[in-house]
Design a protein around this ligand. Structure first.
Ligand code: NOJ
Length: 785
């Protein structure tokens, strides 16, 4: 957390303010402890509060409710409302926010009606799903997370904010910070993977990038952490499905990235579609009021997801729209995205005494705070001459290429005739480029590509032909993503036979198989691509498989038979140049997996930071374990426990060696660390350092992502065998050694104990520093009483 947001005196002011308010969940006093957010002065400060108070006094109940209503004007991404006379509705003050309007003239048009023609001149806040770029499309979020590079994520989000704001967008529904442990879930592509620590660092980076130094700057856009909460744990990986998550796991795994996004100053949060432990997230008082408002003291805006208030009816907790509106509102959802139920029922609910006007005021306050913070009252219009900020530029494309390069994970690079297939030699006589994703610009944009244009994309084919000259590239599509004819496959095989090396560009359909409503029950290559892969491999030519996907795929045949495999995710506008530089060694791969890559569907959910069980298996989990002791352990009889590739894994064109970590202390007092936690000296106060030397032992300069994991034993609750607590990207020349020093804070050792209290407990601590979640050198230390 940046120190500029710490305002201890304001914290007291707001504490008093919140305590005096008629908060919606009336029971149990707020346990304001160490976990509250710092008050962010640009979102909530006495000046803004005065303005909000003054405005609230002038507003009628109808106008107040209007601020809590949001409609999509542009492309629908869900069912409609039947209400579309936006001019009229805005003029009457019935709308607080419009979205899906990514056109500066249209944004200014509606803003003009709101500001000039509505009675109180309250500006609209215009939203859009700017997920991994606006016009300059970066890798999909799972790819951005695979960079393990918060700085590049922040740069990408900053560019997205500049472009989107130039089109009148001042609110993005991003970042998606849902922890995802099940690759069947199509939305895994939209998040930062399976780990709460990595997810939190990436969440912070997005918020910093979107919101800039101050929300009031015209090129800042408000971030929205979504989907609150547990959405990524959908049972069976089926989108929108229910979730069962204990309070302990919720606090340890699913809540931290939300907390991080808000701690960084994130201005809004979106409630999720899923039921959480039997209570739909959009009507969940525990998460929306107890945790969000009471414990974290979040001052910003909570919006529902698209029609998720109306969906309380099919969820079965409301038999009519009024009850759905009542339940969502009382639980803590301020703004109704698209259900139209707040518009229809909130006024009557107040008149009928079910909701107090003070509760309405509090929700409106959350909305107005964000509008004032964005300076929308002072500068409601977007300068139309800024529109060219949405154009591509060399500088933005460089960031896009760099992000794409860092996002690609080299999964496998086996020798063929004694030499690793990659990097390829520039002097190659000919290359066969085969596959439905080799030259499909639209696919490279991934899901949710805002105003990204296929015509901006440089495909792998275009970049390869530019690099080698078209004459040396034999391109054969080999079929579509989901189907291929015999003739297409035969042509591809011929191209392979006639070339020195084959690059196969295979994978998923970004639009159909990844993103929202795109869960898969099979994680293999769709259509005839597996057959294409096998037939091309049968030519005996060295094959490099470049895999485009929104998730790990279970490709046993490929990992056994194909020497080189790269996970490219969907890399964005600079897909081709980034991949060609990596393939030919002009850049060394440095992406690392943000999710475990399973061997088979049956292993799912498969995540590294699992608990150990009382009968841990050895890594092989061998089916033929001969002894009695080896049989009765936690394993499959037909599959190892180990994933195909672990979390944090990624190869490059050199090797690194890690020294044994050195600790600045072998013992620390758990009591003292707990006190520091309570007094909020958490992320900022180093309690010890861990240092380790990393050496590049190969012949090529490259970047390593050094990872520090902790395992606690002897605690009141079972903790993950390993949990990521720090990481650092380091660039090393051949033969070079660098000493890395990681700072550990009370937060690094903290856990949610058996009473669900945040604390540090006496324990034995194992600390690993290494290249991924399964390797590294380990040392021990103790947390004493
Ligand atoms: C539904 C999606 O779940 C959410 O992520 C998105 O922001 C909204 N639609 C708005 O498009």
């Amino acid at each position: 957390m940046s120190p500029r947001y710490r305002r201890p005196s304001l914290l007291l002011v707001f504490l008093a303010l919140f305590l005096s308010l008629d908060v919606r969940c009336q029971n149990s006093p707020a346990p304001y402890e160490f976990h509250g957010l710092p008050v962010r002065s640009d979102l909530a400060n006495p000046t803004i509060e005065k303005k909000v108070d003054a405005l609230l006094k002038q507003m009628t109940l109808d106008e107040k409710v209007g601020q809590l209503v949001q409609y999509s004007v542009g492309t629908a991404t869900g069912p409609g409302t039947g209400r579309d006379r936006y001019d009229d509705m805005v003029q009457k003050g019935e709308v607080g926010s419009l979205y899906n309007l990514a056109d500066v003239k249209a944004a200014n048009y509606y803003q003009h009606i709101a500001v000039e023609k509505s009675r109180l001149h309250i500006p609209l806040i215009n939203g859009l799903d700017v997920i991994h770029g606006y016009r300059t499309e970066f890798p999909v979020p799972l790819g951005l997370a695979s960079t393990w590079d918060p700085e590049i994520v922040e740069k990408a989000a900053r560019i997205a904010a500049q472009e989107a704001s130039a089109a009148g967008v001042r609110w993005t529904f991003s970042p998606m910070v849902d922890i995802a442990r099940d690759p069947r879930w199509g939305r895994m592509t939209e998040g930062a993977g399976e780990d709460p620590y990595l997810g939190s660092q990436i969440a912070r980076a997005y918020v910093r990038g979107y919101q800039g130094k101050n929300l009031s700057a015209p090129d800042s856009i408000a971030a929205c952490a979504k989907h609150y909460v547990g959405y990524g744990a959908a049972e069976g990986g089926r989108d929108y499905n229910s979730t069962e998550i204990s309070e302990h796991t919720l606090r340890e795994v699913y809540l931290p990235p939300f907390y991080a996004a808000l701690d960084e100053g994130g201005a809004s949060i979106m409630s999720a579609f899923n039921a959480l432990n039997g209570v739909p997230s959009t009507a969940n008082p525990f998460t929306l009021t107890q945790v969000l408002r009471r414990e974290w003291q979040f001052p910003g805006l909570a919006v529902s997801d698209w029609t998720s208030i109306r969906e309380l009816m099919p969820h079965g907790i409301a038999n009519d729209g009024a009850t759905a509106a009542f339940k969502a509102f009382s639980a803590g959802v301020d703004m109704d995205m698209q259900s139209n139920l707040y518009h229809e029922h909130l006024v009557d609910l107040v008149k009928g005494g079910k909701i107090s006007e003070a509760q309405i005021d509090e929700a409106v306050r959350h909305v107005l705070r964000v509008k004032f913070a964005l300076a929308l009252f002072d500068n409601p219009y977007t300068d139309e001459t800024r529109e060219n900020h949405g154009e591509l530029s060399e500088q933005k494309l460089n960031v896009a290429r760099e992000a794409a390069e860092r996002s690609v994970v080299l999964l496998q690079n086996e020798p063929v005739s004694g030499q690793s297939v990659l990097p390829l030699n520039h002097a190659l006589h000919s290359v066969a480029l085969i596959g439905p994703l080799a030259d499909d610009p639209q696919q490279m944009l991934g899901s949710w590509s805002a105003r990204g244009k296929a015509s901006d994309v440089v495909t792998l084919r275009a970049a390869l032909e530019q690099c080698l000259g078209a004459a040396r590239v034999k391109y054969a599509k080999g079929g579509e993503i989901t189907s291929a004819t015999d003739a297409e496959v035969a042509t591809a095989v011929d191209a392979a036979r006639a070339s020195d090396v084959v690059i196969l560009a295979l994978g998923e359909d970004a639009g159909v198989m990844t993103g929202e409503a795109a869960s898969r029950a099979h994680l293999d290559l769709p259509g005839g691509q597996e057959e294409l892969l096998e037939k091309v491999s049968a030519t005996g030519k060295p094959v490099v498989l470049v895999l485009f996907s929104g998730r790990p795929l279970t490709l046993n045949w490929a990992f056994t038979h194909v020497p080189a495999v790269m996970a490219a995710w969907f890399p964005g506008v600079q897909a081709g140049p980034a991949l060609v530089r990596l393939l030919f060694g002009d850049a060394a791969p440095s992406g690392r997996l943000a999710v475990s890559w399973p061997h088979s569907l049956g292993q799912i959910p498969d995540f590294y930071n699992a608990l150990g069980t009382g009968r841990p298996a050895d890594d092989s989990g061998s089916a033929n374990a001969g002894t009695h002791e080896a049989k009765y352990v936690s394993r499959y009889v037909d599959e190892p426990n180990a994933p195909q590739f672990p979390f944090g894994y990624g190869l490059t064109y050199t090797e690194f060696r890690f020294s044994t970590p050195q600790l600045s202390a072998k013992k620390l007092s758990a009591t003292r660390l707990s006190e520091d936690l309570r007094s909020r000296k958490t992320n900022t106060s180093t309690v010890m350092t861990v240092s380790a030397d990393v050496t590049n032992t190969g012949k090529v300069a490259a970047e390593e992502v050094a990872q520090l994991y902790i395992g606690l034993r002897g605690t009141s609750v079972e903790e993950p065998v390993r949990a990521l607590k720090a990481f650092e990207r380091v660039s090393l020349a051949p033969g070079e050694t660098k000493k890395l020093t990681f700072s550990l804070t009370p937060e690094s050792f903290a856990l949610w104990d058996i009473h669900n209290e945040r604390t540090v407990e006496p324990s034995q601590v194992r600390i690993w520093v290494g290249p991924d979640s399964r390797r590294g050198n380990v040392v021990e230390m103790y947390l004493t009483e």
